[in-house]
Ligand binder design. Structure first.
Ligand SMILES: [Zn+2]
Length: 67
């Protein structure tokens, strides 16, 4: 049998561009957070960052098309 990382260790922060491991689930129970231990990484900031990246991508394309 191959050694496998358990589910806790394999979970990554879902913040765009972040590759840090997500923080482990609370010992008293509850779902494991989807983000790493950076305070800046949370559901709201990840959502805003995704929108920002999309907008930046769109702007770049518009600039390309504009010529
Ligand atoms: Zn993160």
């Amino acid at each position: 049998m191959e050694p496998r990382m358990n589910a806790e260790a394999s979970r990554r922060c879902i913040y765009p561009g972040c590759e840090r491991p997500a923080v482990p689930a609370h010992p008293l129970g509850g779902p494991q957070p989807s983000f790493c231990d950076l305070e800046a990484h949370n559901a709201l900031s990840a959502h805003l960052e995704r929108q920002r990246l999309e907008a930046a991508d769109r702007t770049t394309k518009e600039v390309d098309d504009g010529r």
